[in-house]
Design a protein around this ligand. Structure first.
Ligand SMILES: [Fe+2]
Ligand SMILES: [Fe+2]
Length: 183
């Protein structure tokens, strides 16, 4: 029987419940799927919060970021499947309902990125200790991605700090962030 197009590319051979793939690494990556989904969920809540304040450009930026975080979650998910592992999705917490000013929003986003970076580095260290070279390689993409994401959020924080309470600069930044293209 032909494989359905949606299942192509996983290359899954068999389930691996006996723990032939390290159980601790598998658990950490499953947890990471949840963390990336929480990031996506939080970015979506931030986008809604910004849209309510009529910052349409910042809201657009955050909505695209939610999609990126979802893609990160899928990348970890697919990796577990490719390794013949067991996907066990954790519960996702509700994001906060209020985030404050655009500066507060991006400061929260930067803090979340730093937390994600620390978690990815912890799994990377685990993979290295356990000589799981495939996981190490898989995580390298995320290590680079986190540098970019912390840089983008950090730059937004700096620009918003500089804008202060100057409404015209704030609106200019909102317009600029509205130009973010999807990937
Ligand atoms: Fe992410
Ligand atoms: Fe991120």
């Amino acid at each position: 029987m032909r494989q359905s197009p949606t299942c192509r590319g996983f290359g899954r051979i068999k389930s691996n419940p006996e723990g032939l793939w390290d159980a601790q690494i598998q658990a950490a990556i499953n947890k990471q799927v949840g963390l990336e989904l929480y990031s996506a969920y939080t970015c979506l809540a931030m986008s809604a919060h910004l849209a309510e304040q009529n910052f349409e450009g910042f809201a657009h930026w955050m909505r695209l970021q939610a999609q990126e975080e979802l893609a990160h979650a899928m990348r970890f998910h697919d990796y577990v499947v490719e390794r013949g592992g067991h996907v066990q999705l954790p519960a996702i917490d509700a994001p906060p309902a209020d985030f404050g000013s655009p500066l507060d929003v991006f400061e929260s986003a930067l803090a979340q990125e730093k937390h994600v970076t620390a978690e990815i580095h912890a799994i990377y260290g685990m993979a290295r200790d356990k000589k799981d070279y495939a996981t190490e390689l898989h995580l390298q993409w995320f290590v680079t991605e986190q540098v970019e994401e912390e840089n983008a959020a950090g730059l937004a924080v700096e620009q918003l700090k500089r804008a202060g309470s100057d409404t015209s600069v704030l609106l200019m930044l909102d317009h600029q962030f509205g130009g973010r293209a999807g990937e």
